[in-house]
Design a protein around this ligand. Structure first.
Ligand SMILES: [Zn+2]
Length: 407
């Protein structure tokens, strides 16, 4: 849906004309930096070339179902306020926060803490409020030993359940969790990887439990061809399974990891894979098997600027997610802009409990997200130092992209 096109100078990338008024279906334009007025028709030949290239689109608010805001616990890397600023800058309408804070988010009190802080941050903005949906732990303390009080967490507004950052190893614990989450008609979201368990092994175990319990299952940050294949065939089988792909796994491969200190900004879990894996992850998005999610993972510089081997896992992603996924999926892979956008707004909604509640019990309660507006056709460079995030652990500094959110 094309909503508006502005008239811009291509050289300067600054607005060249502004609309004075619309009358009888014609726009009256004024050239900036002068007082000359002109009817649209008179100057159209001048700007037609630009209008053909630059377009703006408005979509229902994009949702990033995988962000880390480090609040409480590591607020020098990100807070709820700075995380929401970063999400706003990145063009999102909502985010789902992961529960690996310190302490871990395994209690209604910590869910309320996040929602109340997000409301405080949003109260400064008339429009463009960013909705924060907090997820909650599967197990107490994220320790993988004992299932958390899922029913109380659901009641307190958990979006879904995950121990993200850690795979739930114990089959019995995971089975009990999935039975209870199925009863709640909610989603369990798995970090499908551990030092001694491959992505394929983790997904295979969880698909078996999904088949047995009927629990809705979401696989986080798929990175391998085998992982995509398992999710694809499970969906064909009719299992209630979804999964996500991150911008970094779609754009980069392990061959892109530089030597030296900057290598730390290319380290995350799961790690960057090979070209064949990347091709299959892209195909999974294009076919509608995978949705997008950033895994926005802020870290202080000291734990990231020390080379690939020694650095902590994770990179920030909110402020570059729209440009990267657009370039990879629309420009390089030929996905339609509508299908690309749906992988940011349509598929993610199905995961979030508050949306399901609205659809069943509370027809009248509304969740209105701020819309996402993007401009395509104007190249801009990534400037990490201008990010709203408190962290700078980003591998894309200086790269140019053609599609940016309008905030
Ligand atoms: Zn994870």
């Amino acid at each position: 849906m094309v909503v508006a096109s502005s008239v811009f100078s291509q050289q300067s990338h600054k607005p060249l004309f502004e609309t004075i008024k619309v009358a009888f279906g014609r726009r009256l334009l004024r050239k900036k930096s002068s007082l000359t007025y002109a009817a649209e028709d008179d100057i159209l030949p001048l700007v037609k070339n630009y209008l053909d290239k630059v377009r703006e689109y408005t979509f229902p608010g994009f949702i990033d179902v995988h962000v880390h805001f480090r609040d409480p616990g590591m607020t020098n890397a990100e807070t709820i306020a700075s995380g929401l600023k970063s999400a706003r800058r990145g063009g999102f309408g909502a985010v789902v926060t992961m529960p690996n804070t310190n302490p871990a988010c395994d209690s209604p009190k910590l869910l309320r803490y996040q929602v109340e802080n997000s409301q405080l941050e949003n109260s400064q903005f008339e429009n463009s409020k960013i909705t924060l949906f907090p997820s909650a732990c599967i197990t107490r303390g994220r320790l993988g030993k004992e299932v958390a009080d899922l029913e109380a967490l659901a009641e307190a507004g958990a979006a879904f359940f995950t121990d993200d950052g850690t795979y739930v190893h114990d089959d019995k614990v995971m089975e009990e969790a999935m039975r209870r989450i199925a009863d709640l008609n909610m989603v369990v979201s798995q970090h499908a990887l551990a030092p001694d368990v491959t992505e394929a092994e983790a997904i295979t175990r969880d698909l078996k439990l999904c088949r047995e319990t009927g629990c809705r299952l979401h696989i986080q940050h798929i990175s391998t061809a085998k992982g995509v294949e398992l999710v694809r065939s499970a969906q064909r089988e009719g299992l209630p399974v979804t999964a996500e792909a991150t911008p970094h796994h779609l754009l980069l491969t392990r061959e892109d990891i530089p030597a030296g200190p900057d290598g730390g900004n290319f380290k995350m879990a799961p790690p960057l894979a090979g070209r064949e894996d990347r091709a299959e992850v892209r195909k999974g998005v294009k076919d509608g098997v995978l949705m997008f999610a950033t895994d926005h993972a802020p870290h202080p510089a000291a734990t990231k600027n020390c080379g690939y081997e020694k650095s902590a896992n994770g990179i920030i992603g909110l402020e570059t997610a729209i440009p990267i996924t657009y370039q990879v999926m629309v420009e390089e892979e030929g996905m339609s802009i509508e299908d690309w956008a749906k992988a940011w707004y349509d598929l993610p909604r199905a995961l979030i409990h508050q949306f399901s509640i609205r659809n069943s019990q509370f027809e009248n309660s509304k969740i209105d997200l701020s819309p996402t507006v993007i401009r395509v056709g104007e190249k801009r460079r990534v400037e990490v130092n201008n990010f709203a995030s408190l962290s700078r652990n980003c591998p894309y500094n200086g790269m140019e992209f053609n599609c940016w959110p309008i905030v």
